[in-house]
Design a binder for this molecule. Structure first.
Ligand code: LLP
Length: 428
């Protein structure tokens, strides 16, 4: 078991020093609980592992994983930069206080208005297509603007087809064969290309495809340097580092991984004589994934064709099991290390059969009223939540040194309708 669950003297799950049962009692459920210390540990472990081998290294936190302002603030204070993929994420990052030059905007299928917004906010723009380049060039004041391109390095990887973002089915990036041409064109249009980027997918625990992508991207960078004379200030290998969700999955050997990536990077820099550009990574899941728990209360034990434990959260709260069939480990918060005595389905409260957190899950005895903790809920948990079935979204709590603070209030019924208008004529 990799999850390193902490318990307190009562035997209850302890999150950042706070008792999960107390949190649920005080703030109600469903509830996202975020452990501040764990975010910092994850950030520093990754940063130290790479920067100790290549000093010119930067992390761009992929904030799509979790855009909570407090989470982003913690990472800002750690020295992180931001990977933003929409104007909303740019706006949020600026609001948190990230300087524009610390934000890299990687949009896809962006509109001209979105390009204008990115340009006027002063962030770095990472282009995804020739179309974007041409349309950006038509906007005022782009002369000398620093840009980069996302390249599809032909290889993809990820925990689910939906999360593979490289290779011949992917909608992302420019093809590696056209890279020299797009960079040359950018120069001809008056831009200053300074970077190159790839992101091959998400939830990668096997270092091999990642290494292959690094290899390919470095060769593309080398060709662009030689043929279009672009000097790279940064080379960005995207995010994607996985975390174990299932007890049997092993943690990526970070030291070995960083050593192999850095060695390959240095070897290629030397081969093409490309100097010492900044190496960037864009982790999302690795930083915040295991720092958060979704607490949910069992309200129904039901034996029909199968045995179900029904809880008061659903795929509106945590979409990953339904959307990708993702495994999330689930424990009883009052005895997180109890041995399984049965297999049971753990079902959400949304009116769809696919609303299932687990099927045939080995669990200890569960009773109505028990509190369950769904682990590894910090990445793509709240950020993919919705109000489906007219269920207000839950609160988020930040825990540090045993102290809990509400960092997002639970939505109310009024929030469900706050943006709607019923035309006068329908009210007659
Ligand atoms: N950079 C770019 C350009 C990305 O598109 C992504 C994720 C990342 C970095 C961060 O990837 P990470 O390190 O978190 O794996 N909703 C899915 C994941 C979708 C990821 C989309 N892009 C899930 O719940 O697994």
């Amino acid at each position: 078991m990799n999850f390193n669950l902490k318990t307190n003297e009562k035997g209850n799950l302890s999150i950042g020093g706070a008792d999960a049962l107390e949190l649920a009692k005080n703030y109600s459920t469903p509830l996202y609980v975020i452990d501040e210390e764990r975010i910092i540990e994850n950030y520093q472990r990754l940063y130290n592992s790479f920067s100790s081998k290549y000093a010119n290294f930067k992390i761009y936190y992929a904030c799509k994983a979790n855009t909570n302002l407090s989470v982003m603030r913690i990472l800002k204070d750690e020295g992180s930069n931001i990977d933003a993929v929409s104007p909303g994420e740019i706006y949020t990052a600026l609001l948190v206080g990230f300087k524009p030059e610390r934000i890299l905007y990687t949009g896809n299928n962006v509109t001209n208005d979105e390009l204008k917004f990115a340009l006027s906010s002063g962030v770095r723009i990472n282009l995804d297509s020739l179309s974007q380049l041409d349309r950006l060039a038509k906007l005022p004041d782009t002369d000398g603007k620093e840009i980069s391109f996302r390249v599809n390095p032909k290889v993809g990887a990820g925990h689910h087809d939906h999360c593979i973002t490289g290779g011949d089915l992917s909608k992302f990036g420019v093809m590696e064969e056209e890279a020299v041409h797009v960079y040359q064109k950018a120069v001809d249009l008056g831009f200053k290309p300074v970077g190159i980027h790839a992101h091959i997918g998400s939830g990668i625990l096997d270092p091999e495809p990642f290494k292959l992508a690094v290899h390919t991207l470095m060769d593309v960078a080398g060709r662009v340097y030689r043929e279009a004379e672009v000097e790279f200030e940064f080379i960005d290998f995207g995010g994607g580092i996985g975390i174990p969700y299932e007890p049997h999955e092993s943690i990526l050997n970070l030291e070995m991984f960083s050593q192999e990536i850095v060695d390959l990077f240095k070897e290629k820099l030397y081969e093409y004589n490309m100097g010492n550009p900044t190496m960037c990574l864009e982790p999302g899941r690795y930083i915040v994934g295991d720092a958060s728990y979704l607490l949910t209360r069992v309200n129904t034990i039901k034996q029909s064709y199968r045995k179900f434990a029904g809880v008061n959260a659903g795929f509106n709260t945590l979409l990953r099991p339904t959307m990708y069939g993702s495994y999330h480990h689930i424990v009883l918060a009052n005895q997180p290390n109890a041995k399984p005595t049965q297999t049971i389905d753990i079902a959400g409260n949304i009116c769809e059969s696919g609303d299932m957190f687990a099927r045939d899950r080995p669990m200890p005895d569960i009773e109505e009223g028990n509190l369950l903790a769904i682990l590894n809920a910090g990445a793509y948990g709240f950020s993919m939540s919705s109000q489906y079935n007219s269920r207000p979204r839950p609160a988020e709590i930040l825990v540090q040194g045993g102290r809990a603070e509400v960092i997002r209030e639970r939505e109310t019924f009024a929030d469900l309708y706050s943006k709607q208008n019923v035309p006068e004529r329908l009210l007659k």
